[in-house]
Design a protein. Sequence first.
Length: 49
Amino acid sequence: IDIEKALSEGVRAFEPGLLAKANRGLLYVDEVNLLDDHLVDVLLDSAAS
């Protein structure tokens, strides 16, 4: 959700996130071992779906 648009106009507008912006479904994460475990779980869950 585009927070700025929601606050200024009161409209819920979709704003593509990082995974939606991935080029051809490819997302490169450098040094994934430095990410929080929760974020790694989210990335792996989204890749599995």
